[in-house]
Design a protein around this ligand. Sequence first.
Ligand SMILES: NC(=O)c1ccc[n+]([C@@H]2O[C@H](COP(=O)([O-])OP(=O)(O)OC[C@H]3O[C@@H](n4cnc5c(N)ncnc54)[C@H](O)[C@@H]3O)[C@@H](O)[C@H]2O)c1
Length: 340
Amino acid sequence: MNVLMIGTGDIAYSHGRAVVKLGGKVFACYDVNEAGMKRYQAEFGSEMLRYEQLEDYIPSADYVVLCTPPTKRLDYVEMVLKHHIPLYMEKPIATNLEDARKIKEMEQKYDGTIIVGFAHRYRPAFQKMVELVRSGALGDPVNVFDNRVGPGYGFRGTWFAPSWRTDPRFACGFTIESISHEWNLLTALCGEFETLSANVWCTIDTLPTYDTNFSATMKIKKGGVATINASWSSDLGGNFKGYIGTKGTAFLRGRDMFEFEELTYKTADMAEPVTIHYNDSYKHNQDGVIFPIHQHFQDCLKNGTPICTPLDEGIKVLKLSTLALESSREHKEIILDERM
Ligand SMILES: NC(=O)c1ccc[n+]([C@@H]2O[C@H](COP(=O)([O-])OP(=O)(O)OC[C@H]3O[C@@H](n4cnc5c(N)ncnc54)[C@H](O)[C@@H]3O)[C@@H](O)[C@H]2O)c1
């Protein structure tokens, strides 16, 4: 498929390589940073566009991938949707609910097709975990959790200055940017939540509003409890997600925050646990992590099948992140039915 890339920073390379691996081409690209766009052009041979040219090129795309910082999206969303071209939008869809509302209005106005880039949802190990849970083999949720820690943006001065993540003009913090994945993954396992109570903590003196640590506890609507514990301030990395159900348990583990290395499960009627090993590392193969979601999106576009992480999922997780920040700020539990 022919893809147009807007925002040619780090993750855009993995998107471009996924498109190429699927037999397509990133035929054109745009970025406000011309030097960055040239580097991108050197790998993909894409035509480099000026902002004013975008509207002329967008109609030739099979889909557009939008990888700008989440505060810089609305004009591009409108340009793409009004030409009825499908949009792959990186997560988080926005940093505030007002922008999310505007994106939803555009989607409705133009009958748009949008996938939100919750790439971890499509990784084989997680897909297998969801399959186990949804088969009923593990029973109803009792305790569902997601722990992931490691050195994140800004930790001990690393990856700090050049990134929008830590630029005070654009920074939105860990909860809005990254915990978006946790909401998406946990609700895929146990469904929606009834209540939410969260705490966040900021560790970077020069950017006191930039949260880097997150913990939350939720009641699951259909019963049971769920927790998230996540840190960008750890010298050691680790990932441990679990579904403890009434009939069995599944663990997904990895040696860094986004490593999905082994899935172990055991039900009450199995004598021994079964472990499946996956060679699926975000740290060592970011491209491999981004590939399956493009494959899914292209299949949906070709066959007209439903998108697993559409815009509404992006809106839902942004609401959860926003409410988690409110819970932390105001020291209160949030009753979600009243607020979602
Ligand atoms: N799904 C995932 O696993 C995953 C992984 C990494 C990043 N992301 C998301 O992708 C997005 C981009 O992250 P990144 O790591 O590539 O950041 P990045 O800083 O490397 O790239 C952002 C790019 O956007 C460009 N840009 C900034 N303002 C622009 C504007 N107004 N118009 C056009 N271009 C503009 C910058 O020059 C830069 O090249 C973020 O929303 C991030 O959360 C998702």
